[in-house]
Design a binder for this molecule. Sequence first.
Ligand code: FAD
Length: 233
Amino acid sequence: MKPRDCRATVAAVRWLTPEVVEVDLSVTEPADFRFEAGQWISVPFGPKIVRAWSMASAPNRKGPITLSVDVAPGGIGSQWLRALEPGAPVEFKGPNGGFVFTRADPRRALFVAEEIGIVPIRSILTELYETGYGRPAALIFWARDPGWLIYDAEFRSLARRYPSFSYFPVAREAPADWRSDRGEPHEAVDRLVHAVEGLVVYVCGGAETIRRAREVLVEKGMDRKSVRWEKFW
Ligand SMILES: Cc1cc2nc3c(=O)[nH]c(=O)nc-3n(C[C@H](O)[C@H](O)[C@H](O)COP(=O)(O)OP(=O)(O)OC[C@H]3O[C@@H](n4cnc5c(N)ncnc54)[C@H](O)[C@@H]3O)c2cc1C
């Protein structure tokens, strides 16, 4: 699908945490707007100034598309999102991007997300499991503390319902009663990945996390091309 000029209306705004907001957009033009899980839209803020946001919702869901954004960076995009209210018109271009999952790929899939980097992965995993993907997949989801693990409850529920899905939440700092993993994202990848044969990895987050995760995997013998990534910052 080629990116197209699109128009939408804000259908709802939900704050998931003090700094992460979900925005539902009802796309009015084109009426047949579609995207693949993992893709993003771009919103213009002036000549040559755009901000990209991935779809958090799954493409198989009818109705509005959902963006999920960390507004802590505080730049032009964050300020605009903070002020959005239901009914506001939005123009964007999309869908864009190739951070999409190939269902026919016979390899085991591992997803690695750093904080808000979970957004395209949430779309991919939601679609996969809602549409009967029965094969093994795992998610390593890292955040500075458990409060930044947005959608954590959803992934725990997914792991309970689908034994083929393994979920590993990891926090740098956590209260004493935190029963899951602690540390940095690449350390978790190092600890949790035992064999790289027949594995494909999707990493999303900041450049440093992508670089370090890939380094760990390549050291274990993984082919660089089998590490797919989307750099948010
Ligand atoms: C393909 C793509 C998809 C993206 N999808 C999402 C998404 O779904 N949700 C989302 O929140 N952001 C997403 N981003 C980042 C988004 O485009 C903006 O950069 C972000 O919303 C901040 O915008 P801003 O104008 O407030 O600050 P900017 O001026 O864009 O950024 C200010 C500084 O903060 C850095 N930065 C941006 N985001 C973060 C972050 N979360 N944590 C730490 N540093 C950061 C930037 O690199 C820059 O140095 C995506 C980026 C790309 C390239």
